[in-house]
Write a protein that binds this ligand. Structure first.
Ligand code: PRX
Length: 630
């Protein structure tokens, strides 16, 4: 990566109607930010005091670089704040969760009281399987209410959940189950995607071979006739819950007790198990739901992510429920049965806050505005984006067609590791398409060179966070060394791994990753993970993978493959390799192109220079190639 580089910045500015700012929970951004800067500790203490603690903390934080503890010795339970707190209030019969299946008539609604009951039963069911505080439970489920129930049930009893997105294949699931040492896997027989069944239970069956930690598999059966449960390990979800008692007090959790592990792709073949803890994560997701999303009593919040990603953890489940909102989830895909489905759902349920990804917005742009124009989207008041840069064209379209030139757009920059939003343009502030915005109150961010010196406006550099925050990850599971790297690359800052640039007003534009991670349709994919999946095929001697710009997905996976002796390039082999990656890691990592090549550009020490491949591919200057092998 170059030290720093010039970036041409031009942008128009959208100024939302002043009523947005006046009515917002946060008020004026500059005032709120200065208020935070004056006394950062008081800011976070005030936030935490909006929630219920069984025992208050002794000290706000202990920071011994790079390790942090927040709300030291404070005791709470996140589900107490997401459920009991509301059940003990006027929100008792408020709708907590609305689920919409793929078909028109499939709809389920849970009030806070009902969700509370369901979670307690599931929590007792897990206990009956011998799950105790500190044990790990893997959840591999479709987007149905029981997925959320299972997460909250784990948190209720202090079990650590590790959710694996239902689109991952058996080998990716196996790696994650083994690394997390999961005792139980909760799954369903199938998920539905575009009218087709995804055989989740079969994939789990393959994934647990070689995963000795797994004692039981709980299967929620949705299809008729019921899928038979064969092995002794398999238990029916409904039966298990029926036999469980209905009251389960929330376990008293220390603020620093782990809440979950969530895997994210790394630059090595091994994914990183990001560990989040109870108190800080709870405060961070609550704060950002209430003050960034501006959640109010009557909001219906729809985040289109899957709970298998951090976006789902933080902004489907923990944040919105802690804030007492009504949350919508759906098992639908954006274009099935047609690209009007999401807009009909917004109209039908009166969604007020809508949070999605640039890749979806670009897909909708492509199919045309006649689809959203068929529905009444007037209930929307705030729309958001996450996962990759929201390019100015997509911003303009989203603002005009979905936001009716009114709704503020929250382009939120954050990561699995940060747990909550870090940078965005707060509701009511002037918005600049292409720029995520400024750090939110509570967060200090900057763009710096490799030595940590701030770079001037319009000069690109590395995005860093300068101070610890409550919902920061605490470690990388089984790899604390990797955790330390985040804070020790440009000490004392946290290095996000993203390239960025700031303009004269302090607005930050995120340009993309500085490392070997590709973001495809908003999903992080490690080039190394795809390469090792390719090399595990008998025909492949060596492989290199790069991200290639793609109008819809942002980036697409392109692979270069050297075949073993005795194998010839062919269309059939190409398809076989694509299928091999699909089955191993999942459809999101599938290469869209594979080139068979005789050699790969390498450094003299033998490292593949993906940068050179990428430059060749795009017809641009590869930069410094002095280390390239002759
Ligand atoms: O490169 C940034 C990109 O997504 C990365 C984090 O990915 P993940 O941990 O999977 O979390 C995604 C959801 C929070 C970041 O390092 N990214 C995320 N949001 C944005 C973004 N890039 C530009 N603009 C964003 N709003």
């Amino acid at each position: 990566m170059a030290e720093s580089f010039d970036v041409k910045l031009e942008s128009k500015t959208y100024v939302p109607d002043p009523s947005y700012k006046e009515a917002s929970n946060i008020g004026d951004y500059n005032e709120a930010y200065n208020h935070y800067l004056k006394d950062p500790d008081a800011f976070w203490e005030g936030m935490a005091q909006e929630l219920t603690w069984f025992k208050p903390w002794d000290r706000l934080k202990e920071w011994s670089h790079p390790y942090a503890k927040w709300f030291v010795n404070g005791k709470t339970n996140i589900t107490y704040n997401c459920l009991d707190r509301h059940v003990n209030s006027e929100r008792k019969n408020k709708v907590a969760l609305i689920w919409r299946g793929e078909e028109e008539e499939q709809e389920r609604i849970f009030t806070y009281r009902q969700l509370h009951r369901e979670v307690q039963r599931c929590a007792n069911a897990l206990k009956s399987l011998g799950i105790k505080k500190g044990d790990t439970v893997c959840i591999y489920m479709p987007l149905i209410p029981e997925h959320i129930v299972a997460m909250l049930a784990c948190a209720r009893i202090g079990a650590v959940h590790s959710i694996v997105y239902g689109g991952f294949g058996a080998s990716a699931l196996n790696t994650r189950i083994r690394d997390a040492n999961a005792k139980v896997v909760i799954t369903a027989d199938v998920g539905y995607r575009r009218g087709k069944r995804v055989p989740l239970k079969t994939i789990v069956g393959d994934a647990v071979i070689n995963a000795p930690s797994v004692e039981k598999i709980v299967v929620l059966r949705r299809t008729k006739p019921q899928l038979e449960l064969v092995s002794e390990m398999e238990i029916d979800y409904h039966e298990l819950l029926q036999n469980a008692s209905k009251d389960c007090e929330a376990e008293v959790m220390d603020a620093e007790d782990p809440l979950f592990i969530l895997y994210t792709s790394g630059t090595t073949g091994q994914p990183k198990g990001i560990v989040h803890t109870t108190g800080g994560y709870m405060v961070g997701t609550y704060y950002t739901s209430k003050y960034v999303f501006d959640m109010k009593e009557n909001d219906v919040h729809w985040c289109t992510a899957d709970p298998g990603w951090i976006t789902g953890h933080s902004y489907i489940v923990y944040g919105p429920l802690a804030a007492g909102a009504t949350v919508l989830i759906t098992e639908t895909t954006p274009d099935y049965p047609d690209p009007g489905i999401w807009w009909r759902i917004i109209e039908e349920f009166g969604v007020t806050i809508f949070y999605t990804a640039p890749t979806a917005i670009r897909m909708f742009m492509k199919v045309g505005e006649e689809w959203p124009n068929k529905s009444n989207l007037d209930t929307l008041r705030i729309i958001g984006s996450v996962g990759e840069p929201l390019n100015p064209e997509a911003f303009d379209w989203y603002h005009r067609v979905i936001g009716k030139s009114q709704c503020p757009i929250l382009d939120t920059w954050w990561q699995t590791e940060t747990g909550m939003h870090m940078i965005t343009t707060m509701v009511g502030e002037p918005m600049k398409p292409g720029f995520a915005g400024r750090p939110i109150p509570g967060i200090q961010a900057d763009v710096v060179d490799k030595e940590g010196n701030p770079v001037p406006p319009n000069v690109g550099g590395l995005l860093v966070l300068k101070e610890p925050w409550p919902s920061m990850m605490r470690t990388v599971h089984n790899n604390d060394e990797r955790y330390r790297q985040y804070w020790e690359t440009i000490p004392p800052y946290y290095t996000a791994g993203d390239l960025a640039v700031k303009d004269k007003d302090g607005y930050i534009m995120v340009l993309g990753r500085a490392d070997d991670i590709i973001i495809v349709a908003g999903h992080n994919i490690g080039t190394a993970e795809v390469e090792s999946a390719l090399v595990s095929h008998e025909a492949v001697a060596e492989a290199a993978v790069i991200g290639k710009p793609d109008v819809l997905k942002g980036q697409a996976v392109k692979a270069f493959v050297i075949l073993r002796l005795g194998y010839e390039p062919s269309e059939k082999l190409r398809n076989e390799l694509i299928y091999h990656v699909r089955m191993g890691i999942g459809p999101i990592a599938m290469p869209s192109e594979i080139d068979f090549v005789p050699s790969l550009p390498k450094t003299r020490s033998g490292k593949i220079m993906r940068r050179v491949l990428k430059a060749q591919e795009m017809g641009i200057d590869p930069g410094d190639i002095s280390t390239l092998e002759e």
